[in-house]
Design a protein around this ligand. Structure first.
Ligand code: FES
Length: 164
């Protein structure tokens, strides 16, 4: 675990130790590590493999199968834009393009400055509000015309520039 700092290594070791004697420990360990670090580094998969006897390839398979796990650190702000049918016909592609242009975050990735993660998601179950976006857990309806997400991004960028 050379690339990680001591605090991260300790969190991984604790998550592994906490669940190694439980049934189905891999998902439990991954859940704790995702919660603690915000992502699953490769070193964590190795540690889980060592403790459980499950191969690294299988652990990696679990990580990539469940959308709750990510292998890359998430940005400070997480923007989900629904690309389900109702949202799509109501402008979610235009919203996505605009937010992509502003944040410079790739779709389903994180901006280089670490400020934003941008995810294109399936139906969020709020089609009556289409197009829908969720920013840091807060739901925005009519998100293209309201410009709420756009304004949030612009404000965040402004605040970040003032700090630097
Ligand atoms: S299609 Fe976007 S919330 Fe259902």
């Amino acid at each position: 675990m050379e690339g990680l700092n001591a605090a991260s290594k300790k969190k991984i070791a604790m998550a592994v130790a906490a669940h190694k004697d439980e049934k189905g420990p891999v998902k439990l360990m991954l859940h704790d590590i995702q919660h603690e670090l915000g992502y699953i580094p490769f070193e964590a998969m190795e540690a889980i493999s060592e403790a459980t006897g499950v191969s690294v390839a299988e652990v990696y398979g679990v990580v990539t199968f469940y959308t709750q796990f990510t292998t890359q650190p998430k940005g400070k702000h997480i923007i989900n834009i629904c690309m389900g049918t109702a949202c799509y016909v109501n402008g979610s592609q235009m919203l996505l393009d605009r937010i992509l242009e502003l944040t410079k975050a790739p779709v389903n990735g994180t901006s280089e400055d670490g400020l934003f993660s941008l995810d294109a998601t399936r139906c969020l179950g709020a089609c009556g509000l289409a197009p829908v976006a969720i920013v840091d857990g807060k739901v925005y309806g009519q998100a293209y015309t309201s410009k709420a997400v756009e304004n949030f991004v612009l404000e965040t960028l402004k605040a970040s520039r003032m700090k630097n």
